[in-house]
Design a protein around this ligand. Structure first.
Ligand code: HEM
Length: 404
């Protein structure tokens, strides 16, 4: 059988609709893939992706994390943690880690629970959209509560964030609507930070206005209004979109592997394992782009210095060389071997991982109560087309009536 030419296009319908067949071919045929169309390289094997995430000296984040910005090399002088290399990254991470300690996250459990219940209670079990009616809402509410965003602004912030991540097929640059949305988000947070400086409250933005950061230059140690606004806006994107996709897509995966839902119903202590397996199986963040700082020789290919390199963690998490039967969703899989890369690895590994795990576990617990048995209308599920975030935007679900 003749194979078609291997094309990996992260802005194509095939990619948005599920890239796993393409990933399998990349791992086999072109572990260092080169895109002639877009002039980037891509790593797809676990054994290459995992160390690349940790090797910030070779694969830099400082040019941005999406193809468009990395290619142009035009990153604004205002940078937030995720696009900093050391030593600036180290200083910023040390500072913001203080507001994300395991204890601080654990203290949020009641608030998280209340937000999740609030949205699930409004859902009509005889027919609802898992994403639209539920998972799109609570993560933004939770991060907004933490930051101190007033309730009346939260929906608008979520819609702006969606607009900035959205990409049409073939479109690698942000649309004008996306750019406008970024400006709107920044303007909003800038105003909120100024307001909190004038009137401190018990919230994360106020804490960040009071914190001091170590700097290598002779800048003042306090974070600037812009630095805090950038960080807040990153949390809205990184923290809300991803959890929304993880939980929104969960019914689809469980409906494809119904024995796994039954197993979870029987044994709730497996919920944390189910969260880990969902993260591995349908990683909400499929990739991050880096910028090569030097020539790299790998599998007979030279990645020249100065090129965008896709680190395809979504492919690494399905690599049979790292995970037994990777295309099987198994919440009880032995996880003592390769660690899932769903939260990245190395210095930029997800700051919000503990929060994301807790939110997702609480959500799954309530879903088991609310929808012990359910059907997914597969024909009407649709997936987002976004830069690096993957998952569903519509998942119609019907809860099966309980036997009388
Ligand atoms: C299922 C949910 C989530 C997934 C799959 C996810 C995934 C990731 C990944 C892969 C990275 C590494 C990016 C890179 O190396 O370039 C990252 C970084 C980050 N994430 Fe998450 N994330 C999730 C939830 C959250 C939440 C809830 C928050 C905060 C509220 C958050 C905040 C961040 C931040 C601030 C960074 C940058 C850390 C740094 O540069 O040092 N994420 N995340």
């Amino acid at each position: 059988m003749t194979q078609t030419k291997l094309v990996f296009d992260p802005f194509s319908r095939e990619f948005f609709d599920g890239p796993y067949d393409i990933y399998a071919r990349m791992r086999d045929e072109a572990p260092v893939y080169y895109s002639e169309e877009y002039d980037f390289y891509a790593l797809s094997r676990y054994a290459d992706v995992a160390p690349a995430y940790r090797n910030f000296a070779t694969y830099s984040s400082a040019r941005g994390l999406d193809l468009d910005t990395v290619r142009k090399g035009e990153i604004s002088s205002y940078k937030t943690i995720i696009v900093l290399d050391p030593p600036e990254h180290r200083h910023m991470r040390r500072l913001v880690s203080k507001v994300f300690t395991p204890r601080a996250i654990n203290d949020l459990r009641d608030m998280v629970d209340a937000q999740i219940v609030r949205f699930l209670e409004q859902v009509d079990p005889s027919g609802f959209d898992m994403v639209h009616d539920f998972s799109a809402h609570f993560p933004m509410e939770i991060i907004s509560e933490m930051l101190g965003v007033p309730p009346e602004n939260r929906t608008q912030l979520r819609l702006w964030t969606d607009a900035s991540l959205h990409r049409e097929v073939g479109q690698i640059e942000m649309t004008q609507a996306g750019l406008d949305a970024v400006v709107d988000v920044m303007r909003f947070y800038y105003g909120l930070v100024k307001e909190r400086r004038a009137h401190p409250q018990d919230d994360m933005i106020t804490k960040l206005t009071q914190a001091e950061i170590e700097r290598d230059d002779d800048q003042p140690p306090k974070l600037t209004t812009m630095e805090i606004a950038m960080f807040a806006s990153l949390l809205g994107g990184a923290g809300a979109e991803t959890v929304a996709k993880l939980i929104g897509g969960a019914p689809v995966t469980f409906a494809r592997f119904p024995d796994q839902w039954a197993r979870l119903r029987e044994d709730r202590s497996l919920i944390p394992d189910a969260v880990e397996e969902l993260l591995r199986f349908e990683s909400p963040n499929q990739y991050n782009v880096r910028y090569s700082m030097r020539d790299v020789e790998l599998h007979g290919v030279t990645i020249p210095a100065g090129k965008p390199v896709f680190l395809l963690l979504g492919s690494a998490n399905r690599d049979p060389a790292a995970f037994d039967e990777p295309d099987v969703f198994d919440i009880e899989r032995d996880r003592s071997g390769a660690q899932s890369l769903a939260f990245g690895s190395g210095i930029h590994s997800c700051l919000g991982a503990a929060l994301a795990r807790m939110e997702s576990a609480v959500a799954l617990g309530h879903m088991l109560e609310f929808m012990p048995e359910f059907d997914v209308d597969f024909d009407n599920c649709t997936r987002v087309s976004m830069q690096n975030v993957a998952g569903y935007d519509h998942v119609p679900v019907r809860v099966r009536p309980r036997p009388q």
